[in-house]
Design a protein around this ligand. Sequence first.
Ligand SMILES: *[C@@H]1O[C@H](CO)[C@@H](O)[C@H](O)[C@H]1NC(C)=O
Ligand SMILES: *[C@@H]1O[C@H](CO)[C@@H](O)[C@H](O)[C@H]1NC(C)=O
Ligand SMILES: *[C@@H]1O[C@H](CO)[C@@H](O)[C@H](O)[C@H]1NC(C)=O
Ligand SMILES: *[C@@H]1O[C@H](CO)[C@@H](O)[C@H](O)[C@H]1NC(C)=O
Length: 245
Amino acid sequence: MHLIHLTLFSLFFIYIDGKRRCLTNCTVTGLIGQPLHIPDRCDQYTKASDCQVDIQFHYYDRRYTVIFSTAFVEYYYRSLYITITNILSYTAMFACGNSDNCATDFARKKVVDLSNRTINARNVINQLRPLLSEHRQSPLRCYDNEECTGICKIRVKTDKNQLDQRKCAAINQPQVHVFDGGDLPILDIECNRTKCNSFETADQVKQILYQNNLTDINGRINRGQKNSVSILLLLFFINFFIQLI
Ligand SMILES: *[C@@H]1O[C@H](CO)[C@@H](O)[C@H](O)[C@H]1NC(C)=O
Ligand SMILES: *[C@@H]1O[C@H](CO)[C@@H](O)[C@H](O)[C@H]1NC(C)=O
Ligand SMILES: *[C@@H]1O[C@H](CO)[C@@H](O)[C@H](O)[C@H]1NC(C)=O
Ligand SMILES: *[C@@H]1O[C@H](CO)[C@@H](O)[C@H](O)[C@H]1NC(C)=O
């Protein structure tokens, strides 16, 4: 009972203290290399605990999309999505509560930063293609040597370089997906080549991503940047201090 009371109090505290003015209901598109220009039609602001922005860079098409909205907690996730049908996208999902319009400031910087990266999408995809596909007459086999009617999949936890799953998956095209920023950073490879869901393929994919400036050698995206304190941790500390008083 006591704890519930304190938690409610903490939530109330966050509620009254943590309101930010955030740009919302706004989607902006641009060409990579051009700075972020927020048009006049984006004039809706709202109070929220956190401001949110999704930044999607489509390197193959040389375009970007930035979407402003609001969130309940702070986070910073990054992902990479690559297919052999000419998609190479980098997405940053960011939510902050430290100041009004913090997401807008972040987006402006990030657009410049991502525009300045030298990414040759055509190269990346050409290098990945032979690892992710093959010409084959016989049915597909995946590890552990099972026949597969979908395509082979391997998921590696990139913080510990550990195998997470390896199976036959019902996915309709070969692709690579890197996710980073949460508690479970992962590299997913879905490939249409005999027994391609192996550590060897994962290492080769990591090499290609690393050599093309997309990840570090372990398949992590910008590991140097710290993640924000989670809301649960924040609640814990607030409760802790209240108990001290
Ligand atoms: C969002 O903005 C568009 C115009 O940019 C407007 O037509 C639409 O009604 C807005 N939606 C909300 C939920 O305010
Ligand atoms: C990005 O590149 C422009 C010129 O192309 C340069 O003026 C700017 O300093 C660079 N910004 C960063 C953050 O590297
Ligand atoms: C996998 O490759 C085979 C032959 O190489 C092809 O017939 C099939 O359509 C491919 N499947 C997917 C999901 O790409
Ligand atoms: C990686 O980035 C550096 C610095 O921006 C650039 O000189 C180099 O050409 C890039 N490498 C590739 C393979 O694009």
